[in-house]
Design a binder for this molecule. Sequence first.
Ligand code: SF4
Ligand code: SF4
Length: 414
Amino acid sequence: MGETSEDTVAKQEEPKDQETAEAAVDSTAAGDEPMLVEPDLDFIRAATKHGGESLKKCFQCGTCSAVCAISPDNATFPRKEMALAVWGMKDRLVSDPDIWLCHQCGDCSARCPRGSKPGDIMAVARNFSFQHYAFPGLMGKMLAGAKFLPILFGIPVVLILALLAVSGHLGIPKGPIVFEKFFPHFLLDPLFILASLWALTALGVGLTRFWKDVKNDGALEENGAKPGLIPSIIAAVREIALHQKFRECDTPNPRSVSHLLVFYGFVGLFITTTLVFFGLYLPKVASLVGMHFPELTPLPMKLYHPVKILANVSAILFASGLVLMIYQRSTDPEKAGATNYYDCLFLGVMAGLALTGILSELLRLAGAAVLAYPMYFIHLVLVFFLIAYFPYSKFAHVVYRTVAVACSKYRGRT
Ligand code: SF4
Ligand code: SF4
């Protein structure tokens, strides 16, 4: 390019007509074919606001792509993503599977001679990506900023209070603390099943659109063997579950430990919730058809019950991973990468879940009914938030990343 990125962005910021602003030709980002660039100025503004303050500094030297240990040999990243971001080519960026291969180790940001933060820009692009594919789109927008939080939290508060009121359970139950008395499972479970079905449907629609776009991304060259769809998915799941790519960086990334703790803590809690659900309903279903099925997870469970032990160990892993994550982000932001709104929301909801879950249990054991039940209520609101808004929050990262990594392998991108 004959001009610097600052010149380019300055031009983009003062177009005569923002809708039809026509920029120049960018052969770096798009391959050899010249193409007309129509910058999405909203994207540039939003990218700058959401942690991409360093966007304008890039002058396309390519150092970042050279130092990235996990960038493929051809159509390397993150230089091409920096070019796309500078030009405001949001539509190209959100369907670029390479943004999901990056795990924000910060090697590229540390070596950039211009002080740009390509690792952070990749993170911003990922947030735009799952917001772009969100279904319905309005929900994606609502989860993108704090102004809709009162509505998002208000929905489960109203729903749960309405169910309690209609079923005559509004009030602190007398006697020993049993959460089942406060919010019976026959009320609780349909609500969360509906929330789960909603989330699965929304995620399915979003991922289908995403897969279609990343599979057809024409900018990527492939030169490796194509292993087929199922092996690609298995390899992607294994790579992400073991955090293999974290270990390939030049700079050892301490975030891998906190990520693993949160990841496996979350998986453990998901398994225990599923076991309790089936433990509760299988005997009931069996009795309906004249069969007997033992009650394997009687509520409230004893502390030494295997499922309870798994739940408590998972909660400890989860909570310690979160504390470590927050500590790393606050004490070493350079290495942890820029913290944007999605990160804050993720950490806030996860910390709230862990805290209210542990406090509910401790208050129950202490016999403090007047505190234990309201704490449990807040915990339920957060569980609903986690499930129903999963496709629109940072929780969705793990699914989008798995699909993008699987797609890269499927396409033979090595
Ligand atoms: S190293 Fe910095 S200046 Fe060079 S291409 Fe990457 S982001 Fe741009
Ligand atoms: S943050 Fe790390 S993984 Fe991501 S592009 Fe930079 S060097 Fe590569």
